[in-house]
Each structure stands twice: as structure tokens, then as C-alpha cells.
Design a protein around this ligand. Structure first.
Ligand SMILES: NC(=O)c1ccc[n+]([C@@H]2O[C@H](COP(=O)([O-])OP(=O)(O)OC[C@H]3O[C@@H](n4cnc5c(N)ncnc54)[C@H](OP(=O)(O)O)[C@@H]3O)[C@@H](O)[C@H]2O)c1
Length: 385
């Protein structure tokens, strides 16, 4: 099967290396015909081009893998490739989460695959396994550690007692965190991954902006002290669950929030830049998948797995997704440390020192209302699980 790569950075160069190595019968059956780059000098490869038209108008190219990142032109190129009758694989969580319904409809209309294993969980076969569970039974919920940068920082805050700013700077030096770390530390990266996981687990699309997201930007050593004293550790957790409202209607309880979990739990043991993703269903029970959530070859491995599925016609076609409202009735328990307690008075169940308090039995919707009213840029919020 002749294919084209869009982007040859960290992930794209890994895909090129795996396919060119022809290590297995399947990778040997894939042939890269074109590689789209921004600048001719970026790679020394006769297959490079800076013109997307050479790819989209080439009838020999059956599959396009988008690994450029960002919203545009990634979105336009993916749509154009599907409309030109090519299968598409993408590792781009932000673009996919933002445009999933439109792109899935374009894939369905042209009877082509839209595959995205690498977008969520990096090298971990998470999307494929969610699909395998969901084809047999209803998935009740998913949750997990989906961002290596924040897990690296939180693991080292726990084990070495270093503060957030120092560890963020170290993560940036080591290349684990971007120069602009906003997407990672404010929970937006995990929000995209929750959106994509909900599509595969529940066949339900919730736009990223609707998904509540709290990050670790404001975490302090006093919060780590609280955890230590109470036998807990802090992890940034993304979760989604299908729930029923009191009137019987369905909703989705979905969100991203730093979470205090028992120090002896399995998730607490997932350290540094690893990811761990769990789904829960009636027959299978809880199944957890652990591995490299990022990195050139692990992520490229996931992209190539999708290519092989498409080539062997084992990839399912995109189904039409439904939409559900985000639950306003599911209740959670939170640890909140605001700058000033007064603005959050209505939520206080009990104070726990260092200006923090516990808010029991409140919904993400109510929390959002109070946080917006308080307009407190330094508040730290964690869920107690
Ligand atoms: N890195 C990981 O471990 C990982 C894991 C999972 C998912 N992802 C996702 O995979 C995608 C790619 O990530 P990455 O780490 O490989 O990023 P990267 O290293 O920045 O690579 C992206 C490449 O695409 C090129 N590019 C951007 N716009 C282009 C255009 N219009 N035409 C041609 N080439 C263009 C970039 O060129 P310039 O550098 O010149 O802009 C760069 O070489 C992102 O969506 C990311 O979120 C990455």
C-alpha cells in the first residue's frame, strides 16, 4: 500500500524509520511515496515535498498519516484527504478532538477509515482496546494518567519534595515539557484525550470546551504535605463515565482534575513519564493498560499499527457519534486551597489547614460556577478519590 506522511518531526520521523526498516511482513508491504515537510531543507529524502497537492491528487496514495500537530492546516488537509478517497491516520489529539464529528462524517461519506490510536495514550494500545471492549459490551467508565509531563512533575514532587516551578524547568530542559507548557499543566492535553476516549468508549462526542479541566499550575508543597499525612498521592486524572440523571435521562460525567488517590493504589505506582489508562465494564471488569504515553518510536508504533489495520481491512469504519450533556448531577469530593476562603465559603465541608478545605458532594458544574465567581487565579483544586 502506498502512503504519504504529513510532517516528519518527532512522530513522523519515527514512522518513517519503522516503515523503511521493513522489519515485518506488514511494514514491508507499506511504501512511503511522499513526505510533506514545511521546508525542503528539513530532511534529506527524495520523497519529500512541500506541496500537499502532490499527495492529495496522487491516485496511487491510498493512505495519509497526519503528524504535523496544530489545528490548521492539519484539519483542512485531513478533510481534503478523506474527500479524495484516502484513509487517514492522525496522532493529532487537539485537531481530532476539535473536529471529530465533521471528520468522521467525511470518512463515512467516502467509506474511508479515520484512525487515531497515537492521539491518546501514545504507544499504549488504548483506543484499539477500548474498541474491542465496546464491540462486545457497554463500557461504564474510563480514567487514567494520560499526560507524561505532569506525571513526571507530580512523581518527583512526591518522591523528592522539590517544588513545582523547579521541576517544570527541569522537565523543559529534558524535553519532557514544551517551552509553552500550558496545554500540559492546565489539563487541556488530557481534555482532548478524554474527548477522544469518550468517542471510542461511549460513541459520544463532547466538545473539549465543555469538559471541565483543572491543572497542576497552582499546586504547592502544602498540598503535597496534606497528601503525605493522609496516605495519598496526587495524580492528574482524566475520567469519563456514562451516568443517569434523576429523571432517567443519560449524561456523561467527564473531566480532568488533579486527584488525591491512596498511596498504595496501582495508579499511584505509575511514575515519571508513564501513562496508565483503565476502562471498566460489566464482563471484563477493570482493565488497565500501562506504557509509554509519548516518544518518537512508541508513538510511531501506534501510527504504524493503525496503518497495518487499515491495510489488512481490520480497522472499523467511523460510526456516527451521538452527543450527551455533561452531567450536572454527579457528585464528587474536592480538596480546595483558594487564595481567600471567603469567596468559597458556600462549599466548605471542613477546613484542613494551610488555607485548604474539603468540599463534599458537589458537581463539577457547581464547582465551575463558584470558581468563576471567585475569580481566583491561584486556587488549587484536587478531587479526593
Ligand atoms: N511527540 C510525541 O511523543 C507525541 C505523542 C503523541 C501524540 N503526538 C502528537 O503528534 C503530532 C506531532 O507531534 P510531534 O511531536 O511529532 O511534533 P513535531 O516534532 O513538532 O513535528 C511536527 C512536524 O510537522 C511539521 N509541520 C508543521 N506544519 C506543517 C505544514 N504545514 N506542512 C508540512 N510540515 C509541517 C513541523 O515542521 P516545523 O518544525 O518546521 O514547524 C514538524 O517537523 C502532534 O499533534 C502531537 O500532539 C506527539
Amino acid at each position: 500500500m502506498k502512503i504519504a506522511l504529513l510532517g516528519c518531526g518527532v512522530v513522523g520521523s519515527g514512522v518513517r524509520a519503522i516503515i523503511d526498516a521493513k522489519e515485518s511482513r506488514n511494514t514491508a508491504a507499506l511504501e512511503i511515496k511522499k513526505i510533506l515537510v514545511k521546508d525542503e531543507n528539513e530532511i534529506d529524502d527524495p520523497r519529500r515535498t512541500t506541496d500537499f497537492n502532490e499527495i492529495v491528487n496522487d491516485p496511487e496514495i491510498e493512505l495519509v498519516a497526519e503528524m504535523m500537530g496544530g489545528l490548521e492546516p492539519a484539519h483542512s488537509y485531513v478533510k481534503a484527504a478523506l474527500e479524495a478517497g484516502k484513509h487517514v491516520i492522525t496522532s493529532n489529539k487537539k485537531m481530532l478532538a476539535s473536529f471529530y464529528p465533521e471528520l468522521a462524517a467525511a470518512a463515512a461519506a467516502n467509506n474511508r477509515c479515520l484512525a487515531y490510536e497515537a492521539s491518546t495514550g501514545g504507544g499504549i494500545p488504548w483506543i484499539a482496546n477500548l474498541g474491542r471492549v465496546a464491540r462486545e459490551e457497554n463500557i461504564e467508565s474510563f480514567s487514567g494518567i494520560m499526560n507524561g509531563t505532569t506525571n513526571y512533575i507530580l512523581s518527583r514532587m512526591t518522591s523528592e519534595g522539590k517544588d513545582f516551578a523547579e521541576l517544570l524547568a527541569e522537565a523543559q530542559k529534558l524535553g519532557y515539557a514544551e517551552a509553552d507548557p500550558t496545554d500540559d499543566i492546565d489539563g487541556y492535553d488530557v481534555r482532548y484525550k478524554c474527548c477522544i476516549s469518550a468517542v471510542r468508549a461511549f460513541n459520544t462526542y463532547v466538545s473539549p470546551e465543555e469538559i471541565p479541566a483543572y491543572g497542576i499550575r497552582n499546586i504547592g508543597m502544602q498540598d503535597m504535605e496534606y497528601c503525605k499525612k493522609n496516605g495519598l498521592v496526587c495524580k492528574l486524572i482524566g475520567h469519563g463515565a456514562l451516568v443517569k440523571n434523576a429523571d432517567g435521562s443519560k449524561a456523561i460525567d467527564i473531566g480532568v482534575v488533579p486527584s488525591f488517590i491512596p498511596a498504595d493504589s496501582m495508579m499511584a505506582g505509575i511514575s515519571l513519564n508513564f501513562n496508565a489508562l483503565q476502562c471498566v465494564s460489566h464482563n471484563l471488569g477493570a482493565a488497565t493498560f500501562v506504557g509509554q504515553g509519548a516518544g518518537s518510536l512508541p508513538t510511531a508504533h501506534a501510527v504504524v499499527q493503525d496503518m497495518i489495520d487499515v491495510m489488512l481491512a481490520e480497522e472499523e469504519r467511523a460510526e456516527e457519534v451521538r452527543t450527551l450533556p455533561v452531567s450536572t448531577e454527579s457528585l464528587h469530593n474536592f480538596y480546595i486551597r483558594p487564595s481567600k476562603l471567603t469567596a468559597f465559603g458556600a462549599l466548605v465541608t471542613k477546613t484542613v489547614g494551610s488555607g485548604a478545605f474539603i468540599a463534599s458532594g458537589i458537581s463539577f458544574a457547581r464547582l465551575k460556577e463558584i470558581v468563576e465567581q471567585a475569580n481566583d487565579n491561584n486556587v488549587f483544586i484536587a478531587e479526593i478519590l
